[in-house]
Design a protein around this ligand. Structure first.
Ligand code: HEC
Length: 291
């Protein structure tokens, strides 16, 4: 009996799919909890800097201790001068006001709910109009395009608007809900990605940011992932202005892993994961980092 062609084709497709699932190694999963107290389980760094009054900046000169400072949400006090992040906030404000003359930019960004002040603390979020979970920078690009303005995700102007929006939310705790629906699914995908080994060195994000915290790498001390989102976008001497997803690209490049486009789903999932681990940390921009 002749096998009907469509059955054969179906069988071939199914077996090809089964073989196409790439083999992956993972770092051991830590018990990450998307709440502030989770940090105590992992590294105990939060106790050192949750209250600025506890920060002893003499630790800054001591490589064995300076990672505890982990100045994630504040400018290091040894540089209180004006830096590029401040200029970026000014630029972002100008662009925002140009685009928002009729209030349409702000209402597009917020999905017609609430003040621009609350935007940073509540992103990434589900966007019904886009049909997916999106980060703030992706939505800035989307809402700019509606007005014929090119604000490519990762570009200086896009990040400038993002840092301006963060600056008017300064002090607000990051607060995204990953307990249900598409946000939960995105968080879980992000968690897997964070632990998945890849690239020429077969490193995962967790290889460094979970299992090598406090170690020096090319003059940098590797920090925990907790709290990071609260000071992004960040002014870096190397890039001028770095969005969170460009940071992911840089960490990928550093470990010889193919970087992805800002706004791609894997990077957005990673952003959801690290943002949930920043829940409760107050927004603090503009922050400066060298390198
Ligand atoms: C080879 C080790 C290594 C790997 C692997 C790595 N990173 Fe990094 N990462 C660093 C170093 C070093 C820095 C700069 C110092 C710091 O802030 O921790 C950094 C910085 C960061 C920051 C900014 C921290 C801050 O407070 O400004 C984020 C966010 C980040 N990495 C996320 C990731 C993600 C997500 C991955 C996986 C895609 C990843 N990293 C993979 C070493 C690594």
């Amino acid at each position: 009996m002749k096998t009907p062609f469509f059955l054969l084709a179906g069988f071939l497709t199914a077996s090809a799919l089964a073989q196409d699932i790439p083999y992956r190694e993972y770092e051991p999963f830590e018990r990450y909890e998307p709440i502030v107290s989770g940090d105590l389980m992992l590294s105990g760094t939060y106790q050192h800097w949750k209250d600025p009054a506890n920060l002893d900046f003499r630790m800054a000169g001591n490589p064995d201790e300076n990672w505890k400072l982990n100045w994630k949400f504040m400018d290091p006090p040894f540089n209180q001068t004006v830096h590029g992040g401040h200029f970026a906030v000014d630029r972002g404000e100008r662009l925002f006001k140009q685009l928002d003359v009729y209030g349409t930019f702000a209402s597009c960004l917020s999905d017609r709910s609430g003040s621009p002040r609350n935007l940073r603390a509540g992103y990434p979020r589900w966007r019904a109009d886009l049909g997916r979970v999106a980060g703030l920078e992706e939505v800035i690009e989307h809402c700019g395009a509606k007005q014929g303005r090119v604000l490519q995700n990762g570009s200086y102007d896009n990040s400038a608007i993002s840092i301006y929006l963060a600056s008017i939310g300064n002090g607000q705790p990051i607060n995204i809900d990953v307990t249900a629906g598409p946000m939960k699914a995105s968080f879980e995908r992000g968690r897997r990605l964070f632990h998945a080994k890849a690239g020429a060195f077969n490193f995962s994000c967790a290889s460094c940011h979970t299992h090598n915290i406090g170690k020096r790498l090319r003059g940098n001390v590797i920090t925990t992932i907790y709290g990071d989102v609260a000071h992004y976008p960040v002014y870096r001497t190397q890039y001028m202005l770095q969005s969170l997803q460009l940071r992911f690209a840089e960490c990928n490049l550093d470990t010889r892993t193919q970087p992805l486009r800002p706004g791609s789903q894997p990077y957005t999932d990673l952003e959801v994961f690290v943002t949930a681990l920043t829940n409760g940390y107050p927004i603090s921009v503009p922050a400066e980092r060298d390198w």
